[in-house]
Write a protein that binds this ligand. Structure first.
Ligand SMILES: Nc1ncnc2c1ncn2[C@@H]1O[C@H](COP(=O)(O)OP(=O)(O)OP(=O)(O)O)[C@@H](O)[C@H]1O
Length: 214
């Protein structure tokens, strides 16, 4: 299991605009960091860079495993593209759902691809009360229902690092409480959370403020 994410002297641009430079933060097992900043400051872009989807202009993002971390992880550091394979969940605004497929098809496909076991998948469906939604095409789900489907994916196929983009935004009070419980359990089991937020995270977290627009 991954134990640490280390971001060193990171510079990131989108198009012509430099979002930030010289950004450093270390995320050890069991800890959360809340990314804050104005609209457009680069929070989502940083999450996507950590997931290996955007290359930074400069600096490094490395992942390392602790003792007995598993094949290929003992004492080694990994690049984001490699860590993404079985160490990282990215939960974004768009949820990555095909509109004309049912919630069941999407959940089964995504969790099978991520390596979730049958028992973990069933437990996730129960935890997020998804049964009444599974036969609906995803285009018919509300924003909060889509988010519940994504949260189920997080627990159906465990990954050490959760990259969460506004995780609570579409959820009502009941499901915010459940999401908070899932995050708490994830951290207690040695997981890590890096979350872009405008509201406080519902778990203890260090704050990393990307500031306003450059
Ligand atoms: N694919 C892209 N190509 C060019 N520019 C982009 C792209 N994606 C995002 N940007 C720009 O990068 C900047 C940072 O966007 P980003 O989504 O990371 O901000 P954010 O801090 O998450 O904002 P918000 O709080 O509104 O979600 C914005 O100015 C945005 O227009």
């Amino acid at each position: 299991m991954l134990k640490t994410v280390d971001i060193q002297s990171l510079s990131l641009s989108r198009g012509e605009r430099v979002l930030f430079h010289g950004l450093s933060v270390r995320l050890p097992a069991g800890e959360a960091v809340a990314l804050t900043g104005a609209n457009g400051a680069g929070k989502t872009s940083l999450l996507r860079a950590v997931a290996g989807f955007i290359r930074p202009d400069a600096g490094t993002i490395t992942f390392s495993g602790g003792p007995n971390a598993g094949p290929g992880l003992d004492g080694e550091t990994l690049e984001p593209e490699t860590a993404r394979r079985d160490g990282v969940h990215l939960l974004g605004h768009l949820e990555g759902l095909k509109p004309t497929r049912t919630a069941r098809q999407e959940f089964d496909f995504q969790t099978a691809w991520l390596g979730g076991t049958g028992a973990a998948r069933e437990a996730a469906v129960a935890r997020l009360s998804l049964k009444p939604l599974l036969d609906l095409e995803t285009r018919k789900l509300s924003a909060g229902q889509k988010r519940r489907l994504s949260l189920a994916r997080l627990i159906a196929a465990p990954r050490a690092l959760w990259l969460l983009d506004e995780p609570l935004a579409p959820l009502d009070e009941r499901w915010r409480t459940v999401a908070a419980e899932l995050m708490t359990a994830h951290l207690a089991s040695g997981g890590m959370i890096l979350a872009a937020v405008h509201d406080p995270l519902p778990v203890p977290a260090r704050n990393l403020d990307l500031g306003g627009l450059a």
